[in-house]
Design a protein around this ligand. Structure first.
Ligand code: FAD
Length: 318
């Protein structure tokens, strides 16, 4: 079976959820091999095997000292040597740049912001959600090794039915001078606090323009009572009420939690694009005609400043 290379996203050896999603998708195309850049492969290999990785290529941690280009060179080398059927990466800003560079090196095509992957006799078929989720398109790479960037939380991760061991194989690449032109001088961890990471959280509580001010405590308190992540609509972010790394939607993060609670969010198509695959959606909005109610499993028509604190108190009491 042809190899499918999956670039691993990890933090200090802990494999991120999106990588388990990519491995699940990769199994449909061929045999997944994970590509690990940085430290921690020893700790992460078992998790990768659980989701079907038969092999983990471990690159020198030094590659992480540079910006994107070396990883693209490494993936190009591996893809050529293994005659890979496809290369999958998560659709983060950095990985999309890697994907573009890689496709140029391989003389192939790149598909970004993919939300689902299928396969037919001619290879992988990628699904895109466009115009804020109102239209679905299908596309394929017609020349060379397809390079595919998949949006986090788009594909449900499922462990492999018969997971084996993932053999680790050290790989090196002779970096070109161009690849070494930009070097990382400092990494600054964005303030995250005690809350779970937005894109990976099981519960997300988001606030919109209806919150009314930069005092987001009504949203944060409810989130903390549930052990949830906090999100925000673009209106709230653009107003300067909440930092933009918490924006949910077409131009923000895609989330797909078990429970999504929208406080004072109207449900514009661009917001929906980032949360409509949530398993359960609860909305609090004072306007009974707000479009968010069309996709909600449970809706409360009312003032969020009255409803949310009551809900928070009740949850904290239990
Ligand atoms: P509004 O639409 O103003 O809705 C506020 C809601 O709060 C209303 O429904 C109102 O009834 C309710 N409300 C007010 N007060 C209360 C109260 N006290 N209690 C309860 N309810 C109350 N938006 C995103 O969110 N994410 C994106 O990634 C994104 N990307 C975009 C990309 C493009 C190219 C464009 C053009 C737009 C994008 N937008 C995005 C913006 C989007 O179109 C909407 O403008 C935005 O989502 C509206 O945010 P909102 O629902 O918070 O505000």
């Amino acid at each position: 079976m042809a190899e499918v290379l999956v670039l691993v996203d990890h933090v200090d050896g802990e494999v991120k959820k999106v990588t388990t999603e990519l491995l699940t998708a990769a199994r449909r195309i061929g045999e997944p091999s994970a590509v690990w850049v940085g430290d921690g492969a020893e700790e992460g290999a078992a998790r990768l095997a659980e989701f079907g990785a038969a092999k983990v290529y471990v690159a020198p941690a030094e590659l992480n000292d540079y910006v994107v280009a070396p990883t693209a060179e490494l993936l190009a080398k591996l893809a050529q040597e293994s005659s890979a059927a496809a290369v999958l990466v998560s659709a983060t800003a950095a990985n999309k740049e890697i994907a573009g560079r890689l496709a140029v090196k391989l003389g192939s095509g790149v598909l970004t912001d993919v939300v689902a992957l299928d396969v037919d006799d001619s290879g992988p078929v990628a699904e895109h959600s466009v115009f804020g989720g109102s239209v679905v398109t299908h596309a394929r790479v017609r020349t060379g090794v397809p390079v595919i960037a998949v949006r986090p939380n788009s594909i449900a991760a499922a462990p492999a039915e018969t997971p084996g061991e993932a053999a680790r194989e050290a790989v090196t690449v002779e970096l070109s001078d161009a690849a070494k032109a930009a070097r990382v001088v400092e990494r600054v961890q964005q303030e995250q606090g005690e809350r779970p990471e937005l894109a990976e959280a099981a519960i997300v509580v988001s606030g919109g323009r209806g919150v009314g001010s930069e005092d987001f405590s009504v949203v944060e308190n409810l989130a903390d009572s549930l052990g949830a992540a906090v999100g925000a609509s673009r209106a709230a972010v653009d107003s300067g009420w909440y930092p933009n790394q918490f924006q949910v939607g077409q131009t923000g993060k895609t989330v797909s939690p078990q429970l999504y609670i929208a406080l004072g969010i109207s449900g514009a198509i661009q917001h929906r694009a980032g949360m409509q695959t949530s398993n359960n959606i609860v909305a609090v909005n004072k306007d009974p005609e707000a479009p968010i109610f069309e996709l909600s499993d449970f809706g409360v028509i009312g003032d969020l400043h009255k409803v949310a604190p009551q809900l928070t108190d009740e949850i904290n009491r239990r």
